[in-house]
Design a protein around this ligand. Sequence first.
Ligand SMILES: [Zn+2]
Length: 170
Amino acid sequence: MSAAAVIDSLEFARAQQQSHGSLPVVGLPRLEDLLFDQDGSLEYEIRGTRDARNRPQLALRISGELHLQCQRCLERLQYEVEVENTLLLLPRGSEPDDNLDDPEAPDIIEASSELNVAGLIEDEVLLSLPLAPRHPEGACESRAGNRIEGAAPPKAFAELAALKRPRNTR
Ligand SMILES: [Zn+2]
């Protein structure tokens, strides 16, 4: 492992420091909860920079491959992580002065003298994941036998649902 575990975020940005490393999925419990298995790792790069107004920020780049669970066939789904984001550091106790409705406004995090890099990377990846990951249209059948596209629930459940339904629906 080669992770700078904790950084002073403002100092990191002011000094324009850089760090990069690799985080195995097994060390990221919140992310691990959403995955099909614990294979894989995330490569990350974090750079301290300043924006046009000279405010400190962190530029992140994260990539890797994770295994999600397809929400249609419930099988393994390979997913490429590609995250690039810049986070404006807000000194503790100060208010963001930007118009928060501005869609171009950067993401803001509170500056911390003990920023957990792995936690930050994990947050960014969690935010980037699809809510309902699925194989491309038509790609599920080959994995899940001949279950039909658009998937009716498995038969046992369909029968159960039928039992619960009132007989007369008029
Ligand atoms: Zn699928």
